[in-house]
Design a protein around this ligand. Sequence first.
Ligand code: CP
Length: 316
Amino acid sequence: MSGMQHLLSMADLDRDDIEQLLNLTDSFAEVSARQIPKVPALRGKTIAWLFYEDSTRTRLSFETAAKRLSADSMNFSVGSSSINKGESLRDTVETISAMGVDGIVVRHRGAGAPQRITQWTDACVVNAGDGWHQHPTQALLDLYTAAHHLGDLDGRRIAIVGDIKHSRVARSNAIGFATMGADVTFVAPRTLLPPSLEGWPVTVTHDLDEVIGEVDICYLLRMQLERQEQSVVPTLREFHEEYGLTAARAARMRDDALIMHPGPMNRGVEIAGEVADRPNAVITEQVTNGIAVRMAVLYLLLGSGLDLVDERAHVA
Ligand code: CP
């Protein structure tokens, strides 16, 4: 990632980039475990949060990451901004930029919005989720969490299950895990798959029971009812029985296999409530790791541009 100005898509990162970022995340996880979890790495830098869609995990962990790096935040709330008076995305970005920002972290319902923003600002732009397209920091924290438990991801099997069609997490994670050498399988009914998967580094099955006993990771996706224009499953109860991680299916998983979910969860839909609380479900760990991963991303994009050895020294 050295020299990269923006983080827009997992497709922009090669294996070395991801490994560099995950190594640096170790340093920031160590910072986060300190009694005073703060370093001066981004002192003097200002970051604006431009969240046009709701968020709990991503926004709070980015804000926490920025605080731990001593960056200043430009707080911005879409609901109480001049966007309500009809100000466009471009004018909003140019206004924020005119006040002097070094980074803009954006979540937007429009696929490609973060890419467009890079044309209107000199600030680093980080994609915190754009429509159905990409959510790269989610994929990075998932890779970090998976590697922490499983070690090398080369040859590991991951099933990504459920509402693939509307999921930026599925798209980001398919690229991320495949880049790290894992075998990715999408598991979904036809109605919850994109019209074409040509060129995607994945295999597809419509039968979760066929793969559940063999996978290293069962990654459940949230059923995104707010993005669905028509009914795509007969009922949520039937979806749960056919594609949900029920207690019976979880019992068939290998002992060392992980259960993952990006949150927020629909307990009883894509995952049974009690399954989400099992020891091999690393869902809250994913959230915790999100802070250190986002510290690494902000540091690499907004930081001094030193090489990795110097970067490690700087956060020590
Ligand atoms: N995983 C995720 O993006 O969660 P939030 O929508 O709460 O940010």
